[in-house]
Design a protein around this ligand. Sequence first.
Ligand SMILES: *Cc1c(COP(=O)(O)O)cnc(C)c1O
Length: 437
Amino acid sequence: MSSDRAGGPPAPRSEGLFERAQRSLVGGVDSPVRAFRSVGGAPRFLVRGKGAYIWDADRRKYVDYCMSWGALLFGHADPAIVRAVRDAAGRGTSFGAATEAEVRLAEEVKKRFRSIDLLRFVSSGTEATMSAVRVARGFTGRDKIVVFGGAYHGHADALLVKAGSGVAAAELSASAGVPQSAVRDTLVAEYNDVDSVEDIFRTHPNEIAAVLVEPVAANMGLVPPERGFLSDLRRITRDFDSLLVFDEVVTGFRVAPGGAQEKYGVTPDLTCLGKILGHGLPVGAYGGRREIMERVAPLGPVYQAGTLSGNPLAMAAGLATMRGLRPDLFRRLEEGSARVAAGLRDAASEAAVDFQVPRVGSMLGLFFRPDPVRNFGDARASDVRDYRTFFWSLLTRGVYLPPAPFETLFLSSTHEGNEIERTIEAASAAFAEVRNS
Ligand SMILES: *Cc1c(COP(=O)(O)O)cnc(C)c1O
């Protein structure tokens, strides 16, 4: 059974640190998935990263496919990013006042995201989506929002929902401490299912402020949008005077310099950014059409503020990141990622393991099931024990996957020939282990 190998080879330093951590930190971690609960065993405590590699407290080296959940487009400790952050730190870590770096980064973002006239920097993706929802409500004067089952938009109250029974039914809070009243106006549709969205709009024609969508779903594993899905959302929201909000916290600067809206040619009213925008520094942003964003304080009545918003270190990292977004980068990411996906697919088929590896640019999903995944229901029908076996088998062989099923693998510009070869070789052995488990 797969659980036999949960934990992999002994890792005394990580295990010791985890024990110690649990005496002071909730569950030993600062974000739940890091605790390895979904794969079992002790989390690896990391001490260093360089390029595509990370090292743990037991001095083991791994090719990293978590990449800080996609934030590190240029890999760990990229020299240009490190230099920019160091220089900025020497000039002051925070002012709580206006700086030129914010203006410059805003201009760089606008150059790539043509749908954004005005934006606001915040300190996390959670803050970006939470604020975008507030603006959408403030602008439309409506309270309801539509999200998709299996999506993740951070941990704001209104966005922590799980689909109840049947679309447009009363939705359920997905966390203790989130009152039913906070999610009463959050309606859950099915990803890649336009009918489910239309049904909701027909039931609540004048009540929906916005549809909030990950244009490429990256938090139920990776689920690409089917042809026409995003443009249908654009049409429906327009027809009902509702806003279309793209949560591009993952896809922004990842699937194209201008994110999924550039790749798929669909223009949202509001966009949320994060992750790559700060390349590992805490940052988020939300922005969009002028008339909507002009509702935000100090121009308008929608209040939103932050002590560390537009933080100089985060802005410096963001500016260095923008400088690195060269055209050939995306071609190289595409090629490397296609090689990884093809290598995994071949290795799985060689081992006769049911396996799907959807890919959008440098993002990959791993599903242990025979059929393609269109939505959260399909994703959940994949074999999570196989993922667990695969995870530990790869970790033992020096490849670090996200420590939970239903996550996305991210490549960086530093995942090159050697790293890819090493990954595919390890995966061949891991698939054999899955088959024999
Ligand atoms: C990570 C993520 C968020 C939340 O960002 P945080 O910085 O973790 O708060 C929001 N939306 C999506 C799509 C994400 O993947």
